[in-house]
Write a protein that binds this ligand. Structure first.
Ligand code: LLP
Length: 423
């Protein structure tokens, strides 16, 4: 963390107090160099040879980020027509896009086919039938992966675990649907089945579950490969690497994560020399730490002998993760970052919900109304999950680098809030 001689938090060479004055609060600030560095670390440690890194757009997506990801040579995972539209509007190359989702509509499938996305990740039998029927109209191969739920139970919040047997995502193991779809896709003239996909969950801090994921998906690929004399070309292992949110949090580095997966795949390869292309889809571990949210402190309420509440000008509308997953964040006074923390405060949002709390019991210097509060590591699943509850406009987002800031998403206005209303 950088501070200047005025004791202000500095991000990407920009004084956070000056950023807040110029752009108002709440303001989400992205450190461009850190995003680029994370992209490069992923590519250097993982995407050697034919392996691929696809950024998971659900963590945060906008035109400027798509452009940056394209410059960094990453692939992109999108999960909806809206995310696909964003990527295409930014001229992200469609052939480097993976299209996900557990309930793609016919219109979304058509959009993906029209755009020529590189690969559709098919989640279930219904979607497969839609794709098979629609793909016939395109005079080219349509590439797909099949998403499977491998029964890997990752240790993370149960709302963000996805690989377990009892999951809404993917084909189940042990059922007949997967057998049926693999056989059918391999016989189809338009469809080209590349292989399998498995994402076991998010914010995973132990590498063991990722190794299990590799082992099981390899044996699945081997099974179907032998059964159909088919060379599986790609295995997509999803995302999920956890990040430290608090100073005391433990997390694995990008290099450790990538190395672990490559080693696990090499062990499998030792069995029979089988090495398909490996793809991973990190979201959080590329973007989370690059984001900081700046808020202005408003009311401060002391509940005698219980706690002190500090209310900020945003809250669960721009960061629902505490309310949804009991997520924990760290914060500081960005305008007095060198002052000594003397007291515990609970940071509350401004929505009409008792659950609208960003951080419980965090040590800060004596807080005053008008202070600038910075909540750290808010780059992933914050803006992308933001809402307009209580008709709060969504914050502005700036990208900072080398002392310069540029708005990459404008602040929503009150006029925007009624833009779609009709009388
Ligand atoms: N690939 C697939 C198929 C996914 O479903 C996800 C995340 C990712 C990749 C990226 O995972 P990451 O590297 O970011 O962990 N809203 C929750 C997280 C939901 C994650 C959903 N899928 C949160 O705020 O923690």
């Amino acid at each position: 963390m950088r501070l200047n001689d005025r004791g202000h938090l500095v991000i990407g060479g920009c004084d956070s107090v000056a950023l807040a004055l110029e752009h108002q609060t709440p303001l989400i600030v992205y450190d461009e160099e850190l995003i680029r560095e994370n992209c490069r670390r992923y590519r250097q440690s993982f995407a050697q040879g034919k392996h691929r890194v696809a950024y998971a757009g659900k963590a945060f997506l906008c035109l400027a980020l798509c452009r940056l990801l394209n410059e960094e040579g990453l692939y992109l995972d999108v999960v909806s027509g809206g995310e696909l539209h964003t990527a295409l509007a930014a001229a992200f190359p469609p052939e480097r896009i993976y299209f996900h989702g557990n309930n793609k509509s016919p219109a979304e499938i058509k959009m993906a086919l029209d755009a020529g996305v590189g690969c559709l990740v098919v989640d279930n039998l219904y979607e497969y039938s839609l794709l098979k029927a629609m793909a016939k109209d395109y005079k080219r191969k349509v590439f797909l992966l099949l998403r499977v739920a491998l029964g890997v139970d990752a240790a993370t919040h149960h709302y963000i675990r996805t690989g377990q047997h009892d999951s809404k995502f993917g084909f189940s193991l042990g059922g007949s649907e997967l057998d049926q779809v693999v056989a059918d896709a391999l016989a189809d003239e338009t469809l080209e089945l590349l292989g399998f996909h498995s994402h076991i969950g998010s914010q995973i801090t132990s590498l063991e579950a990722f190794r299990q994921n590799v082992e099981i998906i390899y044996s699945l690929a081997r099974h179907y490969g032998e059964k159909h004399s088919w060379q599986v070309q790609e295995i997509n292992l999803g995302g999920g690497l956890g990040v430290p949110y608090l100073p005391e949090d433990e997390a694995q580095s990008i290099e450790d994560f990538a190395g672990h997966i490559i080693r696990a795949a090499a062990e499998q390869r030792a069995v029979d020399g089988f090495l398909p292309r490996l793809t991973i889809e990190p979201g959080r571990s590329i973007i989370a730490a690059a984001g900081t949210t700046l808020y202005t402190v408003g009311s401060i309420k002391s509940v005698p002998t219980v706690r002190d509440y500090v209310a900020v000008d945003g809250g669960m509308t721009d960061n629902p993760r505490t309310a949804l997953y009991q997520a924990k964040y760290s914060c500081l006074l960005a305008n007095r970052a060198t002052a000594e923390a003397t007291k515990l405060y609970t940071i509350a949002g401004k929505s009409c919900e008792s659950g609208d709390i960003l951080i419980w019991d965090h040590a800060l210097p004596a807080v005053k109304s008008g202070d600038l509060l910075a909540v750290l590591v808010t780059g992933a699943y914050n803006y992308s999950m933001a809402s307009n509850y209580n008709h709060l406009p969504r914050p502005a987002v700036v990208m900072v680098s080398g002392g310069l800031a540029r708005v990459i998403i404008a602040r929503e206005s009150y006029a925007d809030l009624v833009r779609l209303d009709r009388l």
